[in-house]
Design a protein around this ligand. Structure first.
Ligand SMILES: Nc1nc2c(ncn2[C@@H]2O[C@H](COP(=O)(O)OP(=O)(O)O)[C@@H](O)[C@H]2O)c(=O)[nH]1
Ligand SMILES: [Mg+2]
Length: 325
């Protein structure tokens, strides 16, 4: 540990090894604190992630994405209850800022979610921080790692929308559920291409409404057009009424089958290697920027802006100073 890190840790009175040891034996306050620390990022977060790293990698990470109001949070609750009924522990990370987990719930949602309250086999966390270097995707992946290290067997990530940010977040998941609702339009274009690529399971929620069958047919027809190798995973299209937990068992079954498929085909290992590469690249970038952002950095930024210098030569100069200086 660098002297600067030691000072930072002493000041905050937190020892990463202790904190990880406590969250691993089920201390929820330590877990909450650890997630806050990784959300903030910086040297302390890295210490903590390093200490937790050997204990993570066991959870089945499941992303749930889809448009606002599709019923993702309600579905997360229903799925968590289903997994719990099978004796599986569940962590939840809600990235959706309008999520009822963060307080935006109508009464019915709160009542349903109370079914999860007080259960030591469930831990729900909403992501707050936006400012971290590397962004929300990194902070989310690190929060997932903490829940994973704490021993939660399934970790659910709720994200809204279909932008690049959500795709990045979904990459942290083994299995991605894409939630649609009936009446999304007759036009297949209304389903964003990016979402199609990341979907391992489609859920047509609000199947108590008119048009669910049609939406299912459209999705299946679209999936049929995709080129697939023999034996390749074909995303099932399932229906749900999240408010009554209808369809939860079939969704949990499909997610479980998808994980088995990833393991049997060796894709799970390949994904783990890809993830490791991304993590290493991100860590190198974070560390390099942190070390390089001194006075010389700001001088260079000003000179590059005025075209006195160019970014490539400047980067080389900074690196040379870092490694040989
Ligand atoms: N009719 C019906 N309403 C639902 C269903 N699932 C969720 N809702 C309602 O849809 C609204 C939005 O749900 P929420 O879970 O917050 O959606 P999110 O924005 O995707 O997380 C809430 O009022 C839910 O009670 C469903 O299957 N059928
Ligand atoms: Mg939500």
């Amino acid at each position: 540990m660098s002297p600067a890190n030691e000072t930072a840790l002493r000041r905050s009175g937190v020892n990463s090894q202790d904190l990880v040891a406590r969250l691993r034996v089920g201390d929820r306050r330590s877990l909450a604190r650890a997630i806050s620390m990784v959300e903030t990022g910086g040297p302390q977060a890295r210490e903590l992630l390093a200490a937790a790293y050997p204990y993570a990698g066991n959870a089945h990470v499941v992303g749930i994405t889809g448009p606002p109001g599709a019923g993702k949070s309600t579905l997360v609750t229903a799925l968590a209850l289903e997994w719990r009924s099978r004796g599986v522990t569940v962590g939840v990370v809600a990235v959706d800022p309008t999520s009822p987990f963060t307080g935006g719930a109508v009464l019915g949602d709160r009542i349903r979610m109370q079914a999860l309250g007080g259960d030591p086999g469930v831990f729900i966390r909403s992501m707050a921080s936006r400012g971290r270097l590397g962004g929300l995707a990194r902070a989310t992946a690190d929060a997932v790692a903490m829940l994973d290290a704490a021993g939660f067997q399934v970790v659910l990530i709720e994200t809204v929308g279909a932008g690049q940010g959500e795709v990045d977040i979904a990459r942290a998941a083994h299995t991605t559920l894409v939630v649609e609702v009936p009446g999304m339009g007759d036009d297949v274009q209304s389903i964003k291409a990016g979402v199609l690529e990341i979907a391992d399971v489609f859920v047509v929620n609000k199947a108590d409404r008119e048009g669910a069958d049609k939406t299912v047919r459209q999705l299946r027809a679209m999936l049929h057009l995709a080129d697939r190798q023999p034996g390749e995973w074909e995303p099932p299209v399932l229906t749900a009424v999240a408010t009554t937990s209808t369809g939860s068992a079939a969704i949990v079954d499909a997610a479980t089958r998808h994980l088995a498929y990833l393991r049997e085909t060796g894709l799970a290992d390949a994904r783990a290697r890809h993830a490791a590469e991304r993590e290493l690249a991100a860590a190198v970038q974070e560390l390099a920027l942190e070390r390089l952002r001194g006075q010389a950095w700001h001088d260079l930024v000003a000179r590059i802006a005025s075209r006195e210098r160019d970014p490539y030569g400047s980067a080389e100069e900074l690196f040379n100073a870092l490694f040989h200086g």
